[in-house]
Design a protein around this ligand. Structure first.
Ligand code: UFG
Length: 325
């Protein structure tokens, strides 16, 4: 199969490209390098520099491909509330361009990078795909709108899709094949790492008065290589003629912010300089996935998501950039 990975120079996209190449697929990466990085490109994959806002470039990149993985989206929750216009343009207009280019080029399979953010405030701690869809931030709204667009393009144009609703993506390829660090990360584990390497003087734990055992928020951390594996499986699932699906990807386990910090300290034998701070707006206390549907339909289970492996594989890449840390 020849697969176009849109956003394939980004953090998750490059891991997806690697898994597809490992499975012997032909990979073409399409990326505007706005957040993606050249260091994340693989010599074995063809690279086309372009934006999803450029319809002609997209159509051209789609020529001769059997399927598309779409990960080219803006993803900072806070920023989406301050600059919805950026998210509307990139995540919504970009998604429409992508679907239309698929129609023009007759490409029938799409794996889409969705998010647990489509659910909004959890009404119960472990979310399955039947949980109500009420995003509480504009980012989550754009992901949900794309899922709805895909349902219509499935009905009207026969494009089959799998929307993968990621929980908290963490970790790096164990073989250090992906080396790009995200610029100005806001997510917990990269923030912990930046504090350890001295890129930040200190970090803040946002809220210790939640209704959880240690008072800090609990999340379902899933290794990016496990996420990447699900994309390969989703493409196989679609090419076997199966129906479109939206599927959660998480471990079903949760770790608190303090557990993440303390486990990092234990595994790496280093102290993290952190302070307690007020709650961050829009953070639910607990967010965990039920991923039984992905297990059942894709025969997917997380294999690399134990916390120690997540921490070690992330640290490996930080050490490459900060050898004296
Ligand atoms: N946190 C801190 N300090 C920091 C950064 C984060 O205490 O410096 C806390 C947050 O308050 C939260 C937890 O760590 O309680 C995880 O925060 P992240 O920002 O790493 O992740 P989120 O759970 O907020 O969101 C992530 C992705 C979203 C996705 C969501 C799905 O960024 O795109 O997971 O679960 F929708």
């Amino acid at each position: 199969m020849r697969i176009l990975v849109v956003g394939g120079a980004g953090y998750i996209g490059s891991h997806v490209a690697k898994s597809l190449l490992d499975e012997g697929m032909d990979v073409r990466v399409f990326d505007d390098l706005s957040t993606g990085q050249r260091i994340n490109l693989f010599p074995k994959a063809e690279f086309v520099e372009g934006s999803i806002l450029d319809k002609n470039a997209l159509e051209k990149a789609m020529q001769g491909v059997d399927g598309v993985v779409h990960l080219a989206a803006k993803k900072a929750v806070g920023e989406s509330m301050e600059h919805p216009e950026l998210y509307a343009e990139n995540n919504l207009i970009g998604a429409v361009n992508l679907l239309n280019a698929m129609v023009t080029q007759g490409v029938k399979y799409l794996v889409f990078s969705s998010s647990a953010a489509v659910y909004g405030m959890p009404q119960y701690p472990k979310l399955d795909e039947n949980h109500p869809l009420n995003p509480i931030n504009f980012y989550g709204f754009t992901k949900l709108e794309m899922e709805r667009l895909m349902q219509w393009y499935d009905r009207l144009k026969g494009i089959k899709f799998v929307a993968l609703r990621y929980f908290n993506a963490v970790g790096y390829d164990a073989g250090c094949n992906v080396r790009g660090l995200e610029k100005k990360p806001q997510n917990l584990l990269p923030v912990i790492m930046e504090t350890l390497v001295g890129q930040r003087k200190e970090m803040f734990v946002f809220g210790d008065d939640y209704d959880t055992p240690d008072g800090t928020c609990i999340r379902d951390y899933i290794h990016v290589s496990d996420l990447a594996d699900a994309h390969v499986r989703a493409l196989r699932y679609l090419s076997a003629g199966n129906e479109s699906q939206s599927l959660n990807l998480g471990t079903g386990r949760g770790n608190s912010v303090l557990e993440m910090i303390q486990t990092t300290e234990r595994v790496l034998g280093k102290k993290v300089n952190y302070k307690m701070a007020p709650r961050r707006a829009g953070d639910p206390a607990v967010l965990m996935a039920v991923s039984d549907k992905a297990t059942q339909l894709l025969h997917w289970t997380p294999k690399q998501s134990d916390l120690e492996n997540i921490i070690r594989t992330t640290w490996q890449v930080y050490r490459l950039h900060y050898p004296n840390a």
